[in-house]
Design a protein around this ligand. Sequence first.
Ligand SMILES: [Zn+2]
Ligand SMILES: [Zn+2]
Ligand SMILES: [Zn+2]
Length: 157
Amino acid sequence: MVDATEERVSSILGQIRSNGGRATAARRATITALLEAPRNHLSSEDIIRKVRSQQPEVAESTVYRALAALEDLGVVEHVHLGHGPSTYHLTGQAHQHLVCGLCGKVVEVPDSEFAGIAERLSAGYGFEIDLRHFAILGRCHQCRSRRPAPSTEGAPG
Ligand SMILES: [Zn+2]
Ligand SMILES: [Zn+2]
Ligand SMILES: [Zn+2]
C-alpha cells in the first residue's frame, strides 16, 4: 500500500516537471512538510524547521528558494491571515480563509462563494479581485452566539 502523502507529493512533483520545473530534494521536502502539517498550513519558519529536522544538511536559504520557486510554479501560495507572518499552503485545494478576530479560528471556504462579488466588481469597476491573498476578518459562528458578558455584574436588575 502506497502512503497517501507520498502519492500526493509525487503527483505535485509530476505537475512541476510538466511545467518545466525541476523536482529537487528541497522542493520535495517543502511539499511534504505542508502535506504533513495539521490542516496543511505553515509559516515559512515552520517549513524550514520541519524540513531541517528531517534533512539538517539543507540550508535555510535553500528552503526559502524552494518555497519561492514553488510559488512561481503555482504549486504553493502564501496568504495573510492576520498580523503575523504569512502562511503557506498548497494550491491544489484553493480556498479562501475567514478568520475570527476574537478567537482566531480559521474557516476555509471555496472560492466559488465569492463568485458574485467578483463578477460585480469586475462589471462595475473593471477590477479583478485577487481574492485569496488576504483573509476575510470577522467573527465566527461560535463567538457570535456567545452571550456578551454582563457589564453590570451583581447589580440588582
Ligand atoms: Zn503577500
Ligand atoms: Zn489555506
Ligand atoms: Zn471566534
